[in-house]
Design a protein around this ligand. Structure first.
Ligand SMILES: [Zn+2]
Length: 124
């Protein structure tokens, strides 16, 4: 029996009669997302590309500084919401397949995720 098709956002099984769509911008042409997760998943894929494009110019320090300054000027509740999302990112990214190009990043994600489990980020 073949594996059921699952939403890459929530993991729910997508049935043939349900509304779903293909994920925009993914390298996996078979990645499907349910109607409920569509915006979050497409935003995540779009932002991951924009972040990688930003560091691809080679000035990671200036980018990181500007990102921190810009981020610190956002609504403080949203700053904390972002960190909850970042912890979720670490949870999933730590299990990413590796080779020499991303091995250190994934190892760092494992350590940061472990540390993040000791801290709560309340919604205020
Ligand atoms: Zn979903």
């Amino acid at each position: 029996m073949p594996e059921p098709t699952k939403c890459i956002g929530c993991g729910a099984v997508i049935h043939d009669d349900e509304e779903y769509s293909f994920v925009e911008g993914t390298i996996n042409p078979n990645a499907l997302v349910c109607h409920h997760c569509k915006k979050a998943v497409n935003d995540g894929f779009r932002l991951s590309k924009e972040l990688c494009d930003a560091v691809n110019v080679g000035d990671e320090c200036s980018f990181g500084r500007a990102l921190a300054i810009g981020f610190a000027n956002q609504h403080r509740t949203l700053q904390q919401s972002f960190f909850r999302a970042f912890c979720a990112f670490l949870h999933y990214y730590k299990d990413t397949r590796t080779d020499a190009r991303n091995e250190a990043a994934v190892e760092m994600a494992k350590k940061w995720f472990a540390v993040s489990q000791d801290q709560t980020l309340p919604f205020i």
